[in-house]
Design a binder for this molecule. Structure first.
Ligand code: SAM
Length: 310
């Protein structure tokens, strides 16, 4: 995995599809970007270097501070807010109109490798997984949620075939010895689930992270705000990392733009005066995947607000 080194900080997350976005999405007329998931600021930095101004959002104050240090050299061209993107209507109100809005969903490599909050089973850490201080930690979920709720999140958010077995084993063990660490949980799963291509704990950890941060609940409010804050002719870009996210984005875009390819391609969102066009799905090319293996899971969908002739 390539790292970017700047000053005393090492930025470990490689921004995916950066070249495509700079070459195909950004136009000379564009001036303001909303980066709704700033993370370590990789995409934001690319936009700033291209001469655009950026408003950066992240719900994790730790990673946003890292981005703010990295992007401080751009001075007033980078403004940032620590908030959940489901809250942008209240936070930004009608203050800005954006030419480009980017959501790069999920979590950053920083969270797996540096946060110490238990996002990965590859290290022994506390089972927390919260992106911000709000909400229920992963250990609270594991140690207190009813067995059927555990089974449900494992099945829905992890698409885990062995959800019933894992939930039963967690419920059977936690009263005697509550789960506190990632290693503890991983060992339990390893004893229950046959090894496949991926580590047997992968799906459980994904499910827990999504449940802890209520990640899927934020997507529709975030995208609705984006449509309202997009300039006429502006472009909404959403990068998703797994099928649950992508399904939601695809459905949202279809509802906005309609599915038909030729005539009537553009359809108004009910209650909105705007028309939208969905671009064909974009995925990283082989070169990018060779450089950054993680990029193989990324899917970029773009929705363009049509500029109406007046
Ligand atoms: C894949 S990373 C973004 C990486 C970034 N594009 C870069 O180049 O460094 C996703 C980021 O979104 C943040 N995030 C996830 N859900 C969020 C939400 N609902 N509101 C705001 N930020 C969120 C995470 O904390 C994480 O930093």
């Amino acid at each position: 995995m390539r790292s970017e080194i700047s000053g005393f900080n090492v930025y470990i997350h490689t921004p995916v599809l950066k070249k495509y976005i700079l070459q195909q999405v950004v136009r000379p007329r564009d001036s303001l970007v909303l980066d709704a998931t700033t993370g370590e600021g990789g995409h934001s930095e690319a936009f700033l270097q291209a001469g655009l101004d950026v408003v950066g959002i992240d719900r994790d104050p730790v990673i946003l501070k890292k981005a703010a240090e990295r992007l401080g050299k751009f001075k007033d061209h980078f403004t940032y807010f620590n908030t959940n993107f489901n809250n942008l209507k209240e936070k930004l109100q009608n203050k800005y109109r954006f030419d480009i809005i980017l959501f790069d969903l999920g979590i950053s490599l920083f969270h797996y490798q540096e946060s110490g909050r238990g996002f990965t089973f590859q290290k022994d850490e506390i089972l927390d997984m919260r992106l911000d201080a709000s909400g229920t930690s992963a250990s609270e979920i594991i140690n207190t949620w009813p067995q059927e709720n555990l089974e449900k999140i494992l099945k829905e958010y992890g698409e885990e075939k062995f959800s019933k077995r894992i939930a039963a084993a967690i419920a059977g063990r936690r009263d005697k010895k509550p789960f506190t660490s990632t290693r503890d949980l991983r060992e339990l799963i390893a004893a229950l689930v046959p090894r496949g291509k991926t580590d047997p704990a992968t799906r459980t950890f994904q499910a827990l992270r999504i449940a802890v941060n209520r990640e899927l609940d934020a997507i529709t409010p975030g995208l609705n705000f984006a449509l309202s804050a997009l300039e006429s002719g502006g472009r909404l870009c959403v990068i998703s990392w797994h099928s649950l996210e992508d399904r939601m984005v695809k459905q949202f875009f279809s509802a906005a733009a309609g599915k038909r390819k030729k005539i009537n391609k553009y359809r108004a969102v009910p209650g909105s005066a705007s028309l939208y066009k969905a671009w064909p799905l974009i995925i990283p090319d082989e070169d990018e995947i060779r450089e950054n293996r993680r990029a193989r899971s990324a899917k970029l969908r773009i929705l363009e607000k049509i500029k109406l002739q007046t």
